[in-house]
Design a protein around this ligand. Sequence first.
Ligand code: KG4
Ligand code: ZN
Length: 347
Amino acid sequence: MSIVILAIESSCDETAASVCADGNILSNYIANQKVHEQYGGVVPELASRAHMQNIIPVVDTALKTAGCGLNDISATAFTQSPGLIGSLLVGAQFAKSLSLALNKPLLAVHHMQAHVLANLIAEPKPSFPFLCLTVSGGHTQIVLCESPINMKVIGETIDDAAGEAFDKSAKLIGLPYPAGPLIDKYAQLGNPDRFKFPEPQVAGLDFSFSGLKTSILYFLQNAGTSNIYKEEFMATEDEKKKFIDDNLNDICASIQHRIITILLNKLKKASVQTGITDICIAGGVSANSGLRKAFSEMGEKHKWRTFIPAFEYCTDNAAMIAITAYYKFLENDFADLSVSSSARAEW
Ligand code: KG4
Ligand code: ZN
């Protein structure tokens, strides 16, 4: 008998549902919440309300696309943590209610583990143990993955996440939220070596992006003349705007280039330290075309086997929750109805 899982993801501002049968994704449906664009970032209360409006049609579409009815479901799964608590609760309550009504088991999934296991959705798959650089709006981690349920974070950011570095840089440039994909687009037309931003010196396998943000702030305030704060360098608002308009592609390419080199230099270090050469990337920032290309080139150079999820499985989605839930199901790693959602969660 097949194991059919209905999975729900609602940790931030995407309401998503997916059906997976024996580890094969049958549907993956996402409703984006446009309501946040006017505020320049996700507004938690509005996100929760939008999840409540979206969840029934989203689950319905995922079931119909998969050709399933509720009675075909073997278990329901949901994102338990981390995320916005009000958003998480909508998905959790919905999955728990279904589990209770259908009398089927419940699976609670960690969002960051699910990003890693997005690499197990399609062939070719990495062999265990593998390393995964997980780069999203809230996290930047190097994960050592021994098995689908046995993972360890061996490096992580000590301040901002890589996605935040993209989003905050974009805000300084004046690009609208969510701006990671816009930096990606302009960077493709620019010269990545035109402007130099510093690489932070952080011990071990950890990352830091807050210094880069400050450096970009001063660089823009000074209309490109310097990366340090000095009164005499300060440009007027008009001069700053003109500098950005005239150099947008090169500024985006140079910022993106520095974020990518920070990420990949640590990943290379992790491979040398562990001796592991099956290496994946995951999370929203792994949709970045510059990172995907540089990662593949680094893999060829160092004889790694590299793996990148399809675009639809990089940013937040429920297929990654479904595949993780499938492996938990195989291990009988079920949750009971008392399981609580958590905004922050240790591994
Ligand atoms: O994994 P994700 O969808 O949500 C979180 O769990 O945080 O990641 C969202 C992050 C945002 O910071 C967004 O700007 C970034 O991924 N992102 C990108 C690209 N697409 C999404 N960053 C750079 N280039 C992209 N193409
Ligand atoms: Zn995510």
